[in-house]
Design a protein around this ligand. Structure first.
Ligand code: ADP
Length: 604
């Protein structure tokens, strides 16, 4: 009884096991695949690549369904399909309605042609020499497989929209033949269409298979993409994904994914195939968004955005131009700054050079006064000698008066007082001469004062007194009445006048004594508010050889001369706001004329 019970329960267990096993063995995985070419191609392409699933998942039976776009849609909608393999455009369209997600992607190289990438190509008959650019397609008939075909129509439409804003007015007649796509080439060659749109690389595959002669076809609108070996008229997009539907649970998805990733590369003739993780389909979404199809069909068209996208090349150009302008401005500003710095630097150098030159001029004037003083030293010694001798004489006389032994000292008091006063006067005169010399030899203090001109001219004559006496001349001084004081620089004026007087004396060295004449005159030029001081002589006159260069430095006819007197005197006169000229007199001799402003110079 117990045995029978045990056998019965064992049989029940085996039966259950059998039922479970048969259930498991019967579990089918339905994979729908978009059949875009031929069944033969389908078998060659997909069957080997999915065989690994059967091997890795022996408990499952893989059932492949070649389907059209509509059949795939229905399969997903009716929950009949576990997985599907379709083009990226269809995936994006499906994803807006159904929960489908990419699980893997098949890499497929056919004789080096990357069939896993999708692009569009526009081809025409080789004989159609009139068709070269997209713009040549206006008003013509173009064959394409279907409005839903991603590589065979939508991509091309997007490319044309991106490039040409007026595409709607091109009046292109689209003629849709339906799948398979291969037939389009035949119809083109039969002149049924002016041009056709193919998925990229299909023409090359057909050529490999021997069904098409590539030389009979010609590409329109080349899109140069490095390393892409097929003819192409659009950009390249990611290839077909394997999608899991909502029907598939995570365990099954994981198993399928693991099996696909584990599978080796498949080599059949010239085909290499292997599965890899999926890539981003964002670029495909963008195509759909631009075309307002699939999930974006209901999106409103933003005319501003559309206009901006259409004219983006102008914006790029304007932006590049803006950058160029900014760069140009930066460069110009840099150059201006550099130039300003250079200018400031050169101005500073110039100012420093001017300062140095001014300093040297001061030094030169000072040195020249020393030279002049050297020349006049003998005369000055005489000037000092006179009061000193007088002082000595008065002092000795006073001593003699004081030494007398008579009681009459008080009676001589008057003479003693007179002698003492004379001593004091003569000492004052000597002190004045020394003061004059010291002032004359002092460095310029740059001080301007109101000066009485007549005493100043007399002072200059006093400096030259000895030279005048040596020349045995009695100088004449003629002045206008009521001459005004002038605002000027005493030392500079003395220096100019002493120079002119000594020059006049030098000019008369070889002239007979009784012919010699030194005339100084001071006049007021009221109209021009200035004073004119003339120093005239009866000398030999100006040497014709140097007449034009008189005021140039180191220009001299005298053996011991430096040739600096006139040039320094003129520069001093100009610094005082005046002028200095030297000219021959019509009656013989020369005349120097110094013109000086009476009023202070207005500072600019
Ligand atoms: P220097 O007296 O050292 O020669 P100056 O510059 O004072 O230098 O004079 C330059 C030259 O001008 C003189 O050598 C002389 O030939 C000429 N000169 C100056 N004053 C007279 C003058 N009153 N008459 C004639 N020639 C003059």
């Amino acid at each position: 009884m117990i045995l029978a019970k045990k056998v019965r329960s064992s049989l029940l267990f085996i039966l259950l096991l059998c039922i479970i096993c048969s259930e498991v063995a019967a579990e089918e995985i339905h994979i729908g695949i978009l059949d875009w070419r031929t069944l033969e191609d389908f078998e060659q392409h997909w069957l080997p690549s999915l065989q690994s699933l059967e091997k890795e998942m022996p408990a499952h039976r893989i059932v492949l369904h070649p389907m059209t776009l509509n059949e795939l849609n229905k399969g997903v909608a009716d929950n009949q399909l576990d997985f599907l393999i379709t083009n990226p455009g269809h995936y994006v369209a499906l994803s807006s309605e159904y929960r489908v997600a990419p699980l893997a992607q098949l890499q497929h190289l056919k004789a080096g042609l990357p069939l896993n990438h999708v692009g569009s190509v526009v081809l025409t008959h080789q004989g159609r020499q009139d068709l070269n650019e997209f713009t040549d397609l206006k008003g013509l008939t173009i064959g394409a497989v279907s409005p839903e075909s991603f590589g065979g129509y939508q991509l091309m439409l997007d490319t044309l929209h991106l490039r040409y804003s007026d595409i709607k007015s091109w009046d292109i007649h689209w003629n849709f033949t339906g799948f398979p796509m291969d037939q389009l080439v035949e119809k083109l060659l039969n002149d049924e269409f002016d041009a056709i749109v193919l998925r990229s690389c299909l023409a090359e595959v057909l050529a490999l298979e021997g069904s098409v002669d590539l030389s009979s076809l010609r590409l329109i609108g080349t899109q140069a993409i490095d390393t892409y070996p097929c003819m192409i008229s659009s950009a390249v997009y990611p290839g077909w994904p394997l999608l899991r539907t909502a029907k598939v649970n995570d365990t099954l998805a994981r198993q399928v994914l693991a099996a696909l990733m584990k599978s080796d590369s498949i080599l059949i003739d010239q085909d290499v195939m292997y599965w890899q993780p999926p890539v981003s389909y964002q670029s495909v979404y963008e195509v759909f968004e631009r075309l307002r199809i699939g999930p974006f069909a209901a999106f409103p068209h933003n005319p501003i955005m559309h206009w901006l996208i259409m004219h983006r090349h102008w914006f790029y150009g304007a932006f590049a131009l803006l950058i160029l302008l900014v760069l140009h401005n930066i460069r110009a500003e840099y150059l201006v700054r550099k130039r300003t710095q250079e200018l400031e630097w050169s101005q500073q150098c110039q100012r420093e050079a001017e300062q140095i030159a001014l300093h040297h001029q001061d030094e030169l004037r000072h040195a020249s006064r020393f030279t002049l003083m050297g020349e006049l030293a003998a005369g000055l010694a005489h000037e000092l000698n006179q009061p000193l001798t007088a002082i000595a004489n008065y002092a000795r006389g006073s001593v003699r008066h004081l030494q007398r032994q008579d009681q009459d000292l008080l009676a001589r008091r008057t003479q003693l007082v007179e002698a003492s006063e004379q001593i004091a006067n003569q000492a004052d005169q000597a002190a004045a001469v020394i003061r004059n010399i010291r002032t004359f030899l002092k460095k310029d203090t740059g001080e301007y004062n109101w000066l009485a001109i007549v005493p100043l001219v007399e002072n200059a004559l006093l400096f030259c007194q000895t030279r005048i006496k040596q020349a045995q001349i009695k100088p004449q001084l003629q002045c206008d009445d009521h001459l005004p004081d002038i605002f000027s620089h005493r030392i500079h004026l003395l220096q100019i006048l002493a120079n002119l007087i000594t020059n006049a004396l030098d000019a008369m060295v070889d002239v007979d004594v009784d012919q010699r004449e030194l005339c100084l005159s001071i006049h007021q030029d009221k109209a021009n508010n200035r004073l004119i001081i003339q120093v005239a002589d009866r000398g030999k006159g100006i040497d014709a050889a140097i007449e034009k260069h008189l005021f140039e430095p180191f220009m001299t006819t005298r053996k011991e001369g430096m040739g600096l007197g006139l040039s320094l005197s003129r520069s001093l006169a100009e610094a005082l706001g005046g002028q200095l000229i030297l000219k021959n007199r019509s009656t013989g001799g020369a005349m120097a004329e110094l013109t000086l402003p009476i009023q202070p110079l207005l500072q600019e």
